[in-house]
Design a protein around this ligand. Structure first.
Ligand code: AHR
Length: 502
């Protein structure tokens, strides 16, 4: 099977915002406790953070980490997580029916982020709480000194403000599972007022308002329009969330799901444009895809989990080769929409539907999905290029005209590098890729990395990696008269990274 792509330096979609490679840590399962934080572990640092986990997080180069939820945040009192640890309350977490010991709060998490070389993206509680708690935490975190909350932070040993720039106004407020769910009008109003006083507290912050929990919500579309109508003046970004699964084992259909993600992004961008037109506004509200991943493996076992445990092993999906392909297609989709999507968070980062897993008291290891994320984060920074793609297509149960080749390219002008990301969705046949690359100067092929395994259900574990990238040879590159022509063979069901120097 053959496929062709044509690229030119001018075929630019826009700059890939570095925050596209964000992630997410929620107070959920073993993400915080026995994930990033495990005092007493042989790898624990002076603050109880696992150094082996930090090393893997830094390897992913994650610029922002959303925190502390997720569903958890809608019942969270942020004040429970500050001050002397031995005085902090243990609370019931009604989002996940677990116990929250509050040993980690905003100060500890901000410190962890520093060590991970990430910035905090903080979500405030607009479920059980509102504008007052929201503006207080902005003051606690960002005001230098001389007020009640900023001086309290200093009393807690944090002299300099955290300067958290990015704030989420609640989480999935349309969902019936949410603690204190709201209608679009209720949420729109509280989000607008919280946003107003948060920006009065610190005018430099940026705010994300909640879109629908996913595109299949019955109020999808009208929710976005009504919420934006209320919050337009204050909103910088509108959130999107999506999780995909393959519970029925229909892999060709599963691999097509990124088409749904693409349609979702385009619809939400259209709604932003509609409200912009309606308000005769010049402002642009961008998109924050702040939860995305594959999530389905752990659903059944989690239903059997005992309630009111501290850090139970829930949402611990073990990811397979085919999950890594879907994650690869989702990353390509985010890049293809880089003109509208400025923030994205792989949900989540450690133990909970995560690329990084830990054994309590033991080692840390990389899941299959770790690798496409790592490659995109490392090589997907710069100008996103997308040109005409000729590829065979197939239909599946839910989608039609799914191209066998999913691809996007990124030109890093600072480093003089070009990277082609490509997924071959064909489960049986290799794809002979021809890429015609114009106006790039003389190109040199650095490497062709591939991730593939004949067993699509192969997964990594603490014992070893069955799904890991390897270099393959055979790709040919010819330069002539300002045009380069690449020929490369993409193995069946594979994620590929073709890297060139300019
Ligand atoms: O990431 C897991 C959960 O998925 C989050 O808490 C919630 O926002 C979403 O439903």
């Amino acid at each position: 099977m053959k496929a062709t792509i044509t690229l030119h330096r001018e075929f630019s979609i826009g700059q890939a915002d570095r925050r596209l490679y964000g992630s997410f840590i929620e107070h959920l399962g073993r993400a915080v406790y026995n994930g990033i934080y495990e005092p007493g572990h042989p790898q624990a640092d002076d603050k109880g953070f696992r150094k082996d986990v930090l090393k893997l997080v830094r390897e992913l180069d994650v610029p922002i980490v959303r925190y502390p939820g997720g569903n958890f945040v809608s019942g969270y009192n942020w004040e429970d997580g500050i001050g002397p640890v031995d005085k902090r309350p243990v609370r019931q977490d009604l989002a996940w029916m677990t116990l929250e010991p509050n040993k980690v709060g905003v100060n500890e998490f901000a410190e962890w982020c520093k060590r991970a070389k990430s910035d905090v993206m903080y979500a405030v509680n607009l479920g059980s709480r509102g504008a007052d708690a929201a503006r207080n935490i902005v003051e606690y975190c960002n005001f230098p000194k001389g007020t009640y909350w900023s001086d309290l932070r200093r009393k807690h040993g944090v002299k300099n403000p955290h300067n958290i720039k990015l704030w989420c106004l609640g989480n999935e407020m349309d969902g019936p599972w949410q603690i204190c769910r709201r209608t679009a009008r209720e949420y729109g109003r509280v989000a607008a007022e919280a946003a107003k006083v948060m920006k009065w507290t610190d005018e430099s912050i940026e705010l994300v308002v909640c879109g629908s929990s996913n595109a299949r919500m019955p109020t999808f579309g009208s929710w976005e329009a009504e919420v934006l109508d209320h919050t337009w003046e204050h909103a910088d970004y509108l959130s999107l969330h999506t999780y995909f699964g393959n519970a029925d084992g229909d892999t060709p259909n599963f691999l097509g799901r990124s088409l749904e993600m693409d349609a979702f992004i385009k619809s939400v961008a259209g709604i932003c444009d509609y409200i912009k037109a309606k308000k005769h506004s010049k402002k642009q509200v961008y998109l924050s895809f702040d939860e995305w991943n594959v999530w389905f493996h752990s659903h059944n076992q989690d239903k059997k989990m005992e309630k009111w445990l501290e850090a139970p092993p829930i949402l611990e999906d073990i990811y397979t080769m085919e999950d890594a392909l879907v994650v690869g297609c989702m990353l390509i989709t985010l890049l293809k929409n880089a003109d509208r999507v400025k923030i994205a968070c792989l949900a989540q980062l450690v133990n909970v539907i995560a690329p990084i897993m830990t054994e309590t008291g033991g080692g840390a290891w990389r899941q299959s999905i770790y690798y496409p994320f790592m490659h995109a984060s490392a090589y997907g920074r710069g100008t996103v290029l997308s040109g005409p793609v000729k590829s065979g297509k197939y239909d599946s149960k839910e989608y039609s005209e799914i191209p066998y080749l999913e691809t996007v390219s990124v030109l890093n002008e600072e480093k003089n590098k070009l990277t082609i990301f490509a997924v071959n969705r064909n489960l049986k046949e290799s794809l002979d890729l021809e890429a015609n690359l114009y106006d790039m100067g003389n190109l040199k092929l650095i490497e062709h990395i591939t991730l593939n395994n004949k067993d699509l259900k192969a997964a990594n574990s603490a014992k070893g990696e069955k799904v890991k990238p390897e270099l393959i040879s055979g790709a040919k590159l010819e330069n002539s008269n300002g045009k380069a022509r690449l020929e490369a063979r993409l193995p069946p069901a594979s994620w590929n990274v073709l890297r060139f120097s300019l």
